[in-house]
Design a protein. Structure first.
Lengths: 336, 307
């Protein structure tokens, strides 16, 4: 049986004016977004609405209003058909202690629609892929946190889903376990060809594995764009000197460059707003002429943290435009 | 149905590791809710009897299956002795209509111990969110558990009847006559065991659905099976008015006994039912209502339970 839709012609996930209210709180507030196949990071602070969105995409929660479509299915009304093609890893441990990984994952495969024999075969496959060896025949109760997380990933991919929803998949892992889990996720998305939506509040994680990013805050879309745009070069050139910062600023301003306000008396950097080309030559000549001890010249880059900075009005103002046209260039580097 | 498809990744690449022999996609059939339901049903049935679990998990089910069967074997043996010594009045030896009263307590024990096992674990370890994210509905989960426990109880209750029937046929010279007599019992046997199974499994699961801790749930289930009977007995004995006798309808054991009596066309054997003077047909109605009502409570609980 072929997949439900041709992934090349329609977006994987389409969300339109989606609102979900709980008593006393609006978890999702008129959220509109399209998600294309790939590894998509869903980022936001705790309580931003990530888990609510994932549960609605799975058809486990009904939207209060708005429209949702996942691979052509309406999750709330066609959940059982849709979920044959979706894998889900919840943010909390969800494994029974008294059965073995083999038994549990095989049952999970059958519950997702695999015939018994295929479920057993694929269980052996995916447990090998996540790196569980002989211990897979022992009861899960004796596993380490890292092993349990691998089982949780295995149960999510045992039925070869087209879409994998991961909710904080590195919860509770130590740094080494975290790196291994991220490596597995990256492989699942690239080698196995399974589209992934990875919800996390850890920006570093998202940056490491995702190629697209959706940022939500307070149930609203903050920004959705390819990862490259979030870490693109900014319109700022930073020049750091050992001392003589003000002298340098005056010198550069004298040569026609626009100098941005400093960060205070202890600041040793001059930040130049770039209006067109990058004036490396001018900076070099000015520093040389003034005889200043140069430390570095660096082209500024956006960091994901910029998204959640309150002091950047540009970020929230740009939301509507960015969401509608995800292919726009990087935001302006105006550092108000 | 073949696993392994067109999406075969390359062998060990830059991201590959030592166990990497490539990922195989799945292009075989993807079944739906019915398959998921029967998977949960079979799993629940195995769990109820402790199959695939530790030896400790098998103790109670084995006890609950073996003792009714042994009871039936003893009855058959008694009948054989009785006929050898020429005692033709088989009325003193229990038969099919009496089995519900004799072995019903084992059904109570089985559901009180295994209903929390079937439901509590998935709540306590939050496994429900992994079940509900699959090709089934919350209702399917609850009903599959009910079907599994109900089928287990029914099988356990049918076994002694099967033994009685086999004994009756083997220990007689008039095989055809015995077969005819036994066949006459079987509609009532099937009705009585099915009703007992549905009501006891339903009530036990409906209670267990609200109590995740296994030990507390077991105590609560025994309470629901025992306490209403005590209250009804006390109130009815005190003769606190004509309406008080309807309290007996809350006592599942007595109600099932009355339903069994109606199905077999005999008098209710035990308890306070005869004292109340209510018709046994009311017991049948009450038993069906309890079975259906507990099923509705169970399904409603699972529609909203946190996962």
């Amino acid at each position: 049986m072929p997949g439900p839709i041709d992934a090349t012609t329609a977006p994987l996930i389409r969300v339109e004016a989606l609102t979900r209210r709980f008593p006393g709180v609006v978890a999702l507030d008129a959220l509109t977004l399209d998600i294309a196949p790939g590894i998509v990071g869903l980022v936001g602070a705790n309580g931003a609405g990530k888990s609510t969105l994932l549960k609605i995409l799975l058809g486990l929660l009904a939207p209060t209003s708005g429209r949702v479509e996942v691979m052509g299915y309406a999750p709330w009304t066609q959940g059982t058909q849709l979920r044959r093609y979706v894998g889900y890893m919840p943010e909390h441990p969800a494994l029974p202690p008294d059965v073995s990984a083999t038994e549990f994952v095989a049952q999970a495969g059958q519950l997702s629609g695999l015939p018994a024999k295929a479920a057993r075969e694929r269980t052996a496959d995916v447990l090998r892929h996540v790196g569980l060896a002989e211990e897979r025949y022992r009861p899960i109760g004796g596993y380490s946190t890292g092993m349990r997380q691998r089982v949780q990933l295995a149960q999510a991919i045992v039925h070869d889903p087209r879409l994998l929803l991961l909710d904080e998949p590195t919860n509770g892992l130590d740094p080494a376990g975290r790196d291994e889990m991220l490596g597995l996720i990256l492989r699942t998305g690239t080698e196995f060809g399974i589209a992934i939506v990875l919800a996390s509040h850890l920006l570093g994680e998202i940056e490491a594995v995702c190629d697209h990013l959706v940022a939500i805050d307070g149930g609203r879309l903050l920004r959705a764009a390819p990862m490259a745009e979030f870490t693109a070069e900014t319109g700022i050139l930073t020049v750091e000197v050992e001392d003589g910062r003000d002298t340098l600023a005056a010198g550069l301003a004298g040569r026609g460059l626009r100098i941005l306000d400093g960060f205070g008396p202890a600041d040793r950097t001059v930040r130049i707003a770039l209006d067109g080309g990058v004036p490396f030559d001018v900076v070099r000549d000015t520093v040389a002429d003034l005889g200043l001890p140069l430390v570095r010249v660096e082209r500024g880059r956006h960091s994901l943290e910029d998204l959640f900075r309150d002091d950047l009005p540009a970020a929230s103002a740009a939301v509507a435009a960015e969401a509608a046209v995800p292919a726009t260039g990087p935001t302006s580097g105006d550092p108000s | 149905m073949t696993a392994g498809g067109d999406r075969v990744s390359a062998g060990p690449g830059p991201a590959g590791s030592i166990y990497d022999i490539g990922y195989r996609g799945y292009d075989g059939p993807r079944l739906g809710r019915r398959h998921a339901f029967s998977t949960l049903f079979v799993g629940g049935l195995r769990a109820t009897f402790g199959l695939g679990r530790s030896g400790r998990a098998k103790i109670v089910p084995a006890f609950c299956v073996a003792l009714p069967a042994i009871t039936a074997v003893v009855i058959v043996a008694l009948g054989a002795f009785a006929s050898r010594f020429g005692i033709s009045d088989l009325g003193v030896i229990p038969g099919h209509p009496d089995m519900a009263g004799s072995v019903g307590v084992f059904a109570t024990i089985l559901v009180a111990v295994q209903a929390p096992e079937l439901l509590g674990r998935d709540v306590r370890y939050r496994v429900l969110s992994l079940y509900f994210s699959r090709a089934l509905l919350r209702e399917d989960y609850a009903l599959a558990k009910l079907a599994a426990l109900g089928a287990a109880v029914m099988a356990m209750l049918l076994l002694p009847h099967v033994i009685l029937t086999i004994g009756a046929v083997l220990l007689t010279t008039d095989v055809l006559g015995a077969l005819g007599r036994e066949a006459g019992y079987w509609p009532a046997i099937l009705g009585s065991t099915a009703l007992t199974a549905a009501a006891t499994a339903g009530v036990a699961l409906a209670v267990a659905a609200f109590i995740a801790r296994r030990a507390y749930a077991t105590v609560a289930i025994f309470g629901v099976f025992v306490v209403p009977g005590i209250i009804a007995a006390v109130v009815i004995t005190l003769e606190l008015g004509a309406a008080s006798r309807y309290l007996v309808l809350l006592d599942l054991g007595t109600v099932l006994d009355a339903a069994n009596a109606w199905l077999f066309g005999v008098a209710p054997t035990a308890g306070i039912w005869p004292v109340t003077g209510l018709p046994v047909s009311l017991g049948l109605v009450a038993a069906i209502a309890i079975a259906l009502g507990s099923g509705v409570i169970l399904v409603q609980r699972y529609r909203t339970i946190a996962a």
